[in-house]
Design a binder for this molecule. Structure first.
Ligand code: GLU
Length: 503
C-alpha cells in the first residue's frame, strides 16, 4: 500500500471470535487495522465472528468492545452502532451465506458432498497409512444428476464443497510477499456444513466482499487459509482485497505468548494500572517500527501519521514485559497530575488509603503525593506500596528499614536526628522554610553536613534509607496529617518521635 491516498476509500475490519478475553496478539491486530483506517481516513469495522455456537459468549463480546474502547480504538461500523453493510454479527448473516453458497452451487462452482463422516475418516486413515497427505478424495465431485436426486430423495445429509480448480493460486501479502501454491494441495473445502452453517473460510470471504473490505490485516496464523479464501473470491467473481499477515506475538522464551508470560488479557493490564496510551504505543511497536531514528515514545496521533504496513516486519514480535513497564513508566511520569490522579484513585481507594470522591483539598494533596512517588512505579497498582512512605507507620509503629537503622547507627547520626527532632517539636507546623532553617541550626550544633546531616534526618522522618526528596515529603506529611484521611498520615513531629523512640 502506498502512503499516498489510495483511490478507493480504505475499509478494514477487526473480526474477533468472542470465545475468550482480548489478549495482546488480538489487540495488536485490532490496533494495526485501526491505524491503517485512521492513517488513510478510511473506515474501521468491528465484525463479530460468532459462528462457533459452543464457544462464543455474549460476555466476551461485551468485554472485547469495552477493551477496544479503553484502548481508544473506536469503530465506524459495528454490532452496536450498525452501519451501511450490516448486520455485523455473523450469526445474523446466515441467510446471506446460504444465498451465496446457493449461487455457487447453481454455477457449478460448488457441489454437494454426501460422504458420511465415517467414510471421510476411513479414507483419511487409508491415505495416512499409505504415507499420503490426507485430502478429500473427490468422490462426489462428479456425481450424475440422477445420483444426486436419489440422495436428496433419500434425505441423505450433505455438505457443500467448493470445486477447486486446477493450477496455481497465489496472492501478494503486504508483509510476506508473494505466496503461490498448486491447488492440488487444497482439498475441495467445505463451505456450508450439513446443518447449513457456514465454515470460517466461507463466511469470512462472503462478509469481506459484502462489506467492501479493501485490506485484510490479521495474524499470520491465517496465512494457510488465504489460498482457500482466494479461490472463494474467484468463485464469487469478486476481487480479492490486499492481505497483510502480522507476525505472531511470542513470549521472551520464543514460545507463543500465553498466560505463563504474565498478564495476557487487556482487562488484566487495565486492572494492573497500565495506561491505555502506553499500551497502544507498546503494541504499535510489536512488529512495526517507524522509519528513521528509532524513536519509541510516540503518542497515538504521531503513530497514526507515521504508520505504514510496508514497515511491518516478518520476524516474530517478542512481547517484553520489561519494555512495556519502561514505556508505561514514561507515560506515568509525563502525564499531567490531574489526569494521573484520575487513573490512580481507584488503586488508592481499593487499598483503603482514600475515600472515593475526595474533595478538592485532598485531591491537591494527592497530586503532591503522586508527583513524589510516580517515578518509582511501573504500573499504578504499585502506587499503594510506594505510598507507604507517606501512609506508613500503621498503629504508630514504624517499620524501620535495615538501611535506615544502619544510617542511624553511624557515629553522630543519632545526635543529628535528636537535635532535629527537638527543634521541630518547638514548631506548630513544619513549613519548608522552617525545615531549611532547622537543618541549618542542626548543622551548626552538630558540625555534620551533606549526607551525614541529611541521611539521618531522612531515616528518622521516613524510617527508610532512601525515597522521595525531603522537600517534597515534609509538606506532604504536614498537610496530610490535617486532612482526616481514613489511613491517618502522621505529621513530622510524630514521625520523628515514633522512629527515635526505638533507640
Ligand atoms: N475470527 C477470526 C479470528 O479471530 C478472524 C480472522 C480474520 O481476520 O479473517 O481469528
Amino acid at each position: 500500500m502506498e502512503s499516498s491516498t489510495p483511490q478507493d476509500k480504505v475499509r478494514v475490519r477487526f473480526a474477533p471470535s468472542p470465545t475468550g478475553f482480548l489478549h495482546v496478539g488480538n489487540a495488536r491486530t485490532a490496533l494495526f487495522n485501526w491505524l491503517v483506517a485512521r492513517h488513510f481516513e478510511g473506515s474501521f469495522l468491528l465484525r463479530i465472528e460468532d459462528t462457533d455456537a459452543e464457544r462464543s459468549r455474549l460476555e466476551y463480546e461485551t468485554q472485547l468492545m469495552a477493551d477496544l474502547r479503553w484502548l481508544g480504538l473506536d469503530w465506524d461500523e459495528g454490532v452496536d452502532i450498525g452501519g451501511d453493510y450490516g448486520p455485523y454479527r455473523q450469526t445474523d448473516r446466515y441467510g446471506l451465506y446460504r444465498k451465496s453458497a446457493g449461487l455457487l452451487l447453481a454455477k457449478d462452482r460448488a457441489f454437494r458432498c454426501f460422504c458420511s463422516e465415517e467414510e471421510l475418516e476411513r479414507a483419511r486413515q487409508e491415505q495416512l497409512a499409505r504415507g499420503e497427505m490426507p485430502r478429500y478424495s473427490g468422490k462426489c465431485r462428479h456425481l450424475a444428476p440422477a445420483a444426486i436426486a436419489a440422495q436428496l430423495q433419500a434425505g441423505t445429509p450433505f455438505v457443500l464443497r467448493l470445486r477447486v480448480r486446477p493450477g496455481t493460486v497465489g496472492f501478494s501479502d503486504l508483509v510476506y510477499g508473494r505466496i503461490e501454491i498448486d491447488t492440488v494441495q487444497i482439498s475441495d473445502p467445505v463451505i456450508l456444513r450439513s446443518d447449513a452453517s457456514p465454515t470460517y473460510n466461507f463466511s469470512v470471504v462472503v462478509d469481506d466482499v459484502a462489506m467492501k473490505i479493501t485490506h485484510v490485516i490479521r495474524g499470520d496464523g491465517h496465512l494457510s487459509n488465504t489460498h482457500r479464501q482466494i479461490l472463494i473470491y474467484e468463485a464469487l467473481e469478486a476481487p480479492a482485497p490486499s492481505f497483510a499477515h502480522l507476525p505472531t506475538v511470542l513470549g521472551p522464551d520464543g514460545s507463543k505468548l500465553s498466560k505463563r508470560h504474565g498478564a495476557a488479557s487487556l482487562e488484566e493490564f487495565r486492572l494492573q494500572g497500565y495506561l491505555a496510551g502506553a499500551l497502544v504505543n507498546y503494541l504499535a511497536l510489536l512488529g512495526w517500527s517507524p522509519p528513521g531514528e528509532g524513536k519509541e515514545i510516540m503518542d497515538v496521533a504521531e503513530i497514526v501519521a507515521r504508520f505504514e504496513l510496508s514497515r511491518v516486519s516478518r520476524s516474530s514480535a517478542i512481547f517484553d514485559s520489561t519494555k512495556l513497564d519502561w514505556m508505561n513508566r514514561n507515560y506515568i511520569n509525563a502525564m499531567p497530575l490531574p489526569d494521573l490522579l484520575q487513573h490512580a484513585l481507584p488503586h488508592l481507594v481499593a487499598a483503603g488509603l482514600i475515600m472515593p470522591e475526595p474533595d478538592a483539598r485532598v485531591r491537591a494533596w494527592l497530586e503532591l503525593v503522586l508527583d513524589a512517588v510516580r517515578s518509582h512505579v511501573d504500573h499504578l497498582d504499585q502506587l499503594p506500596r510506594e505510598c507507604a512512605v507517606v501512609f506508613g507507620f500503621p498503629g504508630g509503629l514504624p517499620a524501620l528499614e535495615e538501611e535506615a537503622r544502619a544510617i542511624l547507627a553511624e557515629p553522630g547520626a543519632l545526635r543529628v536526628a535528636r537535635e532535629f527532632e527537638r527543634l521541630v517539636a518547638e514548631r506548630e507546623v513544619l513549613t519548608l522554610d522552617a525545615y531549611r532553617e532547622i537543618a541549618g541550626l542542626v548543622k551548626q550544633a552538630t558540625g555534620q553536613k551533606g549526607r551525614h546531616l541529611f541521611h539521618p534526618i531522612r531515616a528518622a522522618l521516613t524510617g527508610r534509607g532512601s525515597g522521595p526528596e525531603l522537600d517534597r515529603l515534609i509538606p506532604i506529611y504536614e498537610e496530610g496529617s490535617r486532612l482526616g484521611l481514613p489511613r491517618r498520615v502522621m505529621p513530622c513531629r510524630e514521625r520523628l518521635a515514633a522512629v527515635l523512640g526505638l533507640f
